[in-house]
Design a protein around this ligand. Structure first.
Ligand code: NAD
Ligand code: UDP
Ligand code: UDP
Length: 333
C-alpha cells in the first residue's frame, strides 16, 4: 500500500517517523465535500480535493489552501484518474434537483462512469472507498421511516431518475467490485443535509426558503407543503461519514446517515420565518414531478455500527446557516 512519510513530528532529538494517510475527496469543493476536507485535515491527513467545479466553488476551500497537506486538482471523475491514495471519499455529483437536472446525461455519467473510475483506482491502490449515496435510492418511499433493507420506489424514466438511478447503479458497482475484486467499500445513504456553504441558487428547500425570507420575498411551498423531509446539519453528517470510513473492513453498509427529526415543508418555512424575523408570506407553487411525499431515516444501523447519531437540532443548525446566507446576500448585492 502506498503511504507517505511525514517527518514533521519531532520528540526531543529523536525524529519520529509516522504514516500520514493520503485521502482523496472527489467533489471536495462542494458543500459537504469542503467540510469533509477541513475535518480530515484536522486529523493530520493529507487531502487531495478533486473537483470539476460544476457546482463546487473555490471559495469553499480557499481557507484550506495555505495548509501544505491540502491540494486541489481540477478534474472530472468521468475521466480516469491516476493518483496514489489510501482512502477515497467519492462525493462528486450535483445534489440539488435543479443542478442534477441541468445536464441529466452528465449526472448519470458522473455517478456511473465516476464510480467505475474511482473503484478502478481503489482496486489498483487497495484504498478503502466510501460512496456518497443518497436517500433518493428509496425514491417515493412506501415504507416509513426508511430502513436500509427497503429496495425503494424509483421511477426510472422521470426527471429525477438521472440522479436516483445513477446513484443506485453506483451502489451496484460498489458491491460488485467488493464481491468480485475484494475492494474495501463503504456505502453511506445520506439524507437531506444543510448548513453554511450551500449554494444560494441551488433551488433546494433550505437555501430557497432562507434566501426568500431574508429578502422579504414570498416563500414558495411546492404542492400543499405537507410533504416531509428530515434535515441533518452538515457537521453531524461529516462526523458520520468519517466514522463509517474508519470501521472494520467487513462493514460495507449501506448505512443511513441523517437526522430522524422529521418536518413538513410548511413547518420548515414557519421555523425559518420565525428565526429570521421575516415578513415573508407563504405562497403555493406546483409540486415537481415524482417529488417524494415523505422521508425520514431509520438510523438504528448507524447507531449500533458507528455509535453515531446527530446532535444538532434543526432550530440550532439553522442559526449558522441563516448567518451564512445573510453574508452571501450582502456580498451579492
Ligand atoms: P454539491 O453540488 O455542493 O457538491 C458536489 C461536488 O461535486 C461539487 O463541488 C461539484 O463541482 C462536484 N462534481 C460534480 N460532478 C463532478 C464530476 N463529474 N467530476 C468532479 N467533480 C464533480 O453537493 P453536496 O450537497 O455537497 O453533495 C455531495 C455528495 O453528497 C453528492 O454525491 C450528493 O449526491 C450526496 N448527497 C447530498 C445530499 C444533501 O442533502 N446535500 C443528500 C444525499 C446525498
Ligand atoms: N482507473 C482509474 N485509475 C486507476 C485505475 C483505474 O481511473 O488508478 C479506471 C480505469 O481507467 C478503468 C476504470 O478505472 O476505466 C475501471 O478499472 P478496472 O481496473 O476495474 O477496469 P479495466 O481497467 O480492467 O477496464
Ligand atoms: N420545496 C419547496 N419549495 C422550494 C424548494 C423545495 O416546497 O422552494 C420542496 C420540494 O418540493 C421537496 C422538498 O421541499 O418536497 C425538498 O426539496 P429539495 O429540493 O431541497 O430536496 P429533495 O426533494 O431532493 O429532498
Amino acid at each position: 500500500m502506498s503511504k507517505s512519510l511525514d517527518r514533521a513530528e519531532k520528540s526531543g532529538d529523536r525524529l519520529t517517523m509516522h504514516y500520514v494517510p493520503r485521502i482523496l475527496v472527489t467533489g471536495g469543493a462542494g458543500f459537504i465535500g469542503s467540510f469533509l476536507c477541513e475535518r480530515l485535515l484536522e486529523t493530520g491527513a493529507e487531502v487531495l480535493c478533486v473537483d470539476n467545479f460544476f457546482t463546487g466553488r473555490r471559495s469553499n476551500v480557499a481557507h484550506l489552501l495555505d495548509n501544505p497537506k491540502f491540494e486541489v486538482m481540477r478534474h472530472d471523475i468521468t475521466v480516469p484518474l491516476f493518483v496514489e491514495v489510501d482512502q477515497i471519499y467519492n462525493m462528486a455529483c450535483p445534489a440539488s434537483p435543479i443542478h442534477y437536472q441541468f445536464d441529466p446525461v452528465q449526472t448519470t455519467k458522473t455517478s456511473v462512469h465516476g464510480a467505475i473510475n474511482m473503484l478502478g483506482l481503489a482496486k489498483r491502490t487497495r484504498a478503502k472507498i466510501l460512496q456518497a449515496s443518497t436517500s433518493e435510492v428509496y425514491g417515493d418511499p412506501e415504507i416509513h421511516p426508511q430502513t436500509e433493507d427497503y429496495w425503494g420506489n424509483v421511477n426510472p424514466l422521470g426527471p429525477r431518475a438521472c440522479y436516483d438511478e445513477g446513484k443506485r447503479c453506483a451502489e451496484t458497482l460498489f458491491f460488485d467490485y467488493h464481491r468480485q475484486h475484494n475492494v474495501k467499500i463503504k456505502v453511506a445513504r445520506i439524507f437531506n443535509t444543510y448548513g453554511p456553504r450551500m449554494h444560494p441558487n441551488d433551488g433546494r428547500v433550505v437555501s430557497n426558503f432562507i434566501v426568500q425570507a431574508l429578502r422579504g420575498e414570498d416563500i414558495t411551498l411546492y404542492g400543499d407543503g405537507e410533504q416531509t423531509r428530515s434535515f441533518c446539519y452538515v457537521s453531524d453528517l461529516v462526523d458520520g461519514l468519517i466514522r463509517l470510513m474508519n470501521t472494520e473492513d467487513d462493514v460495507t453498509g449501506p448505512i443511513n446517515l441523517g437526522n430522524p427529526g422529521e418536518f413538513t415543508i410548511r413547518q420548515l418555512a414557519e421555523q425559518i420565518i420565525e428565526q429570521t424575523g421575516s415578513k415573508s408570506q407563504l405562497v403555493h407553487k406546483p409540486l415537481p414531478q415524482d417529488d417524494p411525499r415523505q422521508r425520514r431515516p431509520d438510523i438504528t444501523r448507524a447507531k449500533t455500527t458507528l455509535g453515531w447519531e446527530p446532535g444538532i437540532r434543526l432550530a440550532e443548525g439553522l442559526k449558522p446557516t441563516i448567518e451564512y446566507f445573510r453574508n452571501e446576500i450582502r456580498e451579492m448585492a
